[in-house]
Write a protein of this length. Structure first.
Length: 134
């Protein structure tokens, strides 16, 4: 679960929330691979008309772990469920902290990610989130 700040080229921005399933595979104590299948909603105003649509994203992130700190780099795609049904590639960079013993037996990590999207608006996303163990 994360909060996202989305920015465009024209200086416009909005805040939204993302929910994602993030399967994880640990190769050794330093290298891991994380998948991402998530959804968030965007509300825009253009010519005084409001539009709200979902954005589905999926990707793969390689992680380097150093004790409880991790760094990650990933690639993926976003499918915007708007009138043009855009599909855009993205790359993401992130840093986070892994709890070896889940906090309150529920939370396993906190993270901060930066995502650059290959759409015409050159949107950028900054995500601040927390991972849940289910």
């Amino acid at each position: 679960l994360s909060m996202i700040q989305v920015n465009g080229v024209e200086g416009d921005s909005l805040v939204t929330y993302d929910a994602a399933w993030t399967p994880y595979y640990l190769f050794n104590e330093s290298i891991a691979l994380r998948g991402n299948l998530g959804v968030h909603f965007i509300k825009t105003t253009q010519d005084e008309a409001q539009t709200e649509f979902s954005v589905w994203d999926w990707g793969v992130f390689a992680q380097y772990l150093r004790k409880q700190i991790f760094f990650e780099f990933g690639l993926g795609m976003q499918a915007w469920q708007n009138s043009t049904s855009d599909k855009n590639y993205f790359y993401g960079l992130g840093i986070g902290y892994v709890f070896h013993l889940p906090l309150f037996k529920v939370f396993d990590r906190i993270f901060l990610d930066y995502t650059a999207i290959s759409n015409e608006e050159k949107n950028k996303e900054v995500k601040l989130g927390i991972g849940f163990m289910l």
